[in-house]
Design a protein around this ligand. Structure first.
Ligand SMILES: *Cc1c(COP(=O)(O)O)cnc(C)c1O
Length: 402
């Protein structure tokens, strides 16, 4: 009998009861705006910022409207201006080059390796071209951060980390988002915490934190933050920093606080599922598993593998055959973006010089979400289906070539 998977790849878990109750309390009192507080009340948003800062060991944290907004704010706060070049990944999600475009700057794309991380040789070559790198840990893959930081320090490049897929991950024990000057996270439904929309920005730099708070739309109410720098940090910048509103609100913060408290449990559950899928896929002919480096602590909320140097028609066949058995895979190699864009050459508002080594990797990347609503049995079943369909197409391929 042919096995079919019946689950949904877009179904996340419900909001924890504690979050629903806290959200109802906010709805009942009606003070949703983060600065709308009763006397002696500390807003849910300020508490959330304090708790998230503690989770990643940052001095300062600002909660905002989205991950994309956090990145654009970080770029502004470190001084990126109209027309500036900003280094970034050729393989990432559209909000990353979008954040660069939002501040009127120009993305300079750096290639991707077979480990699905930024190509550090390419970065070394291009580092002189910009003062800032917006580094995306796309799909949770962390590059050799020691080498990356050394390259950027030598070239005087400020690093902003996009940790949309690495909340909870680490390199050599340092939490993702804490090696660069600023770390940005997303609370959008498909990331590691879910408030529909939302984001965080963390830093240890008081001036960048103060600027970010002002930029996000604090008016002159920044003293109501718990995870912002002291008042003096604002004195120097409060008249020269524009308000570009993108605040978090208390309803979302209420939903997020119990999720932030429970992150460690969720990371472990994601990784059990990831390792189960990885084990099931390892050794499939024609399929390359992305081996995770020893210094990397992962959060396996999605999994990728490579069908390296396969023809487009064969990759499409694998996707169609898996889909017919209920397994929804995404391919980053399609010439036309469908549903999402993750390739540099889809962002034609930026300069996109030919990157053949990157194109070869992109053409082979297959991706799958791992929602926590999947059981371990589901993951084992999904791996069996992918293994069978990849093998079938691969064998047909080699026979055709004989
Ligand atoms: C989701 C995502 C973001 C941020 O997205 P928002 O929808 O703006 O919160 C940033 N980078 C990557 C790689 C993402 O996948």
């Amino acid at each position: 009998m042919t096995e079919v998977f019946k689950g949904s790849f877009t179904q996340q878990e419900p909001i924890p009861e504690a979050g629903i109750e806290a959200a109802m309390a906010v709805l009942r009192h009606g003070r949703l705006h983060r600065y709308n507080t009763a006397p002696d009340e500390i807003s849910e948003t300020a508490l959330l910022e304090q708790e998230f800062a503690a989770t990643v060991g940052a001095k300062y944290c600002l909660a905002v409207a989205s991950g994309g907004y956090a990145m654009a704010t970080a770029l502004r706060a470190v001084g990126v201006k109209t027309g500036d070049a900003v280094l970034s990944n050729a393989f990432t999600l559209a909000p990353v080059p979008g954040a660069i475009a939002a501040v009127g700057a120009r993305p300079v794309f750096v290639g991707v390796t077979e480990a699905l991380t930024i190509d550090l040789d390419d970065l070394e070559e291009k580092a002189g071209a910009a003062r800032v790198l917006l580094l995306s840990h796309m799909r949770g893959h962390i590059c050799d951060m020691d080498r990356l930081m050394a390259i950027c320090e030598a070239a005087g490049v400020t690093v902003i980390e996009d940790c949309a897929h690495t909340m909870g991950a680490a390199w050599n024990g340092v939490p993702s988002g804490r090696q660069g000057t600023v770390g940005c996270y997303s609370c959008q439904t498909y990331k590691h915490v879910n408030s529909g929309e939302g984001g965080f920005l963390v830093t240890d730099d008081a001036e960048i934190a103060a600027r970010s708070v002002m930029l996000s739309g604090s008016y002159m109410l920044y003293e109501r933050h718990l995870a912002a720098p002291p008042k003096e940090a604002f004195d120097a910048i409060r008249y020269e920093t524009p308000n570009i509103s993108g605040r978090m609100d208390n309803l979302r913060a209420a939903i997020l606080r119990p999720q932030v408290a429970d992150l460690a449990t969720q990371y472990a559950r994601w990784n059990e599922r990831y390792r189960c899928l990885e084990d099931g896929l390892r050794g499939t002919p024609g399929l390359t598993v992305i081996e995770r480096p020893e210094p990397e602590t992962i959060v396996g909320s999605s999994i990728q593998f490579l069908l390296l140097d396969w023809g487009a028609a064969d990759v499409r066949q694998v996707l169609a055959r898996c889909a017919a058995r209920g397994v929804e895979l995404k391919w980053f190699g399609g010439a036309e973006p469908a549903g999402f864009t993750s390739r540099y050459d889809s962002w034609r508002y930026a300069e996109t010089p030919a990157m053949p080594k990157t194109d070869r990797v992109l053409a082979g990347i297959v991706d799958m979400r791992v929602p926590l609503t999947f059981s371990l049995e589901d993951c084992a079943l999904i791996a069996r289906i992918i293994r069978a369909e990849v093998s079938a197409v691969f064998q047909g391929q080699s026979t055709a070539a004989e």
